[in-house]
Ligand binder design. Structure first.
Ligand code: FUB
Length: 325
């Protein structure tokens, strides 16, 4: 069974966490955009974001919209396009990490801070030093207590403009048998406001330990998410132009992660994007599709369904077009 979580508005790219025993969702706030649709993602013109929360069981609990939590009008360095955010809690403060294009149309990652999980969040005056690209996930690792930020996405996400954390003269997208472009992982500083180190590539490898090829329909494209299950690190992601959510498993936050399989088959709409959390002993996949908007890829709706594993820790594949709509 699947549930549309918030039929009142178009929201997408859910990042969810359990804070103080309650599920909070940090989605993108989709916006109508006429006459533009291209591979650069110019149709995703989000200007603000709201925080949602759920009373109890995500399949049935009442969903509350806590209103606007961040507006790009309040971010000093803002240009346009507030994309997929994530939030982490440390010592009673909440840190919202958000990708936003600066005034030169370059994606940077900002941090905004609040005293409550629902915000409102106050943005730091500048983006994180050395940040680039988009699609944020933050893992609070219960093994070492550190916070790890994952980011990156191809095409409109601008990851192909960087190598070794330096901007290239000209963007380079690998092709064919070349290794695919990896997501990035970086440990956060103790004050949560900067990177504590240089971001590292997150390799998704096959059973022989070779990075997935650029022409593999299961390779990383965008939408990194990491959760832990039975002590293993599960790195999941969108494959973009092949429209899958896939996952790979590793032994530490940086990887490498060995490719395992498909979590979600294609949904209505070009993009697919998700998060995975445990709540009250069960696991849930939050994602989006464009069915309620009649397939408009820039007007997406949030969904949730249960996610299950087999006895070896493999995730059972979910049908993107399956029941419950
Ligand atoms: O919402 C804009 C972009 O679409 C996200 O950053 C991608 O992951 C895709 O969902």
């Amino acid at each position: 069974m699947k549930r549309y979580l918030f039929p009142d508005d178009y929201m997408a790219d859910p990042s969810a966490h359990v804070f103080n025993g309650r599920i909070y969702i940090y989605p993108s706030h989709d916006w109508e955009c006429e006459n533009v649709e291209n591979d650069n993602g110019d149709q995703y013109v989000m200007k603000d974001m709201h925080v949602l929360s759920i009373d109890g069981d995500p399949m049935t609990g009442k969903v509350t919209d806590h209103g606007k939590a961040l507006d790009i009008a309040d971010v000093p360095w803002a240009g346009r396009q507030l994309w997929d955010c994530d939030c982490a809690e440390k010592d009673g403060k909440y840190y919202l990490y958000f990708p936003l294009k600066d005034k030169n149309d370059i994606f940077r990652i900002g941090v905004a801070v609040a005293d409550r999980p629902e915000g409102p969040f106050v943005a730091e005056p500048d983006p994180i030093r050395g940040s680039y690209s988009m699609d944020i996930c933050v893992l609070h690792d219960d093994t070492d207590g550190e916070y790890y930020l994952y980011f990156g996405g191809l095409w409109g996400g601008q990851l192909q403009r960087y190598r070794d954390n330096k901007a290239l003269e000209a963007a380079y997208l690998p092709e064919g048998a070349e290794p695919s472009l990896p997501s990035r992982c970086v440990r956060l500083s103790k004050d949560m406001l900067q990177f504590a180190e240089e971001p590292r590539p997150v390799q998704v490898v096959d059973a022989e330990g070779k990075p997935l090829r650029a022409d593999d329909p299961h390779r990383f494209f965008e939408a990194s998410w990491v959760h832990k299950y039975n002590g293993k690190y599960y790195f999941s992601y969108s494959t973009g132009d092949s429209h899958l959510l896939c996952y790979a498993v590793g032994d530490n936050p940086y990887g490498p992660f060995t490719y395992q399989g498909v979590i979600l088959t294609p949904v209505t709409g070009w993009t697919t994007h998700h998060c995975i959390i445990e709540y009250d002993g069960k696991w849930y996949l939050f994602h989006h599709d464009s069915k309620p908007s009649g397939g408009k890829s820039w007007l997406r709706s949030l969904k949730v369904c249960e996610l299950t594993y087999d006895e070896n820790g493999h995730i059972h594949t979910i049908d993107g077009e399956g029941n419950g709509e």
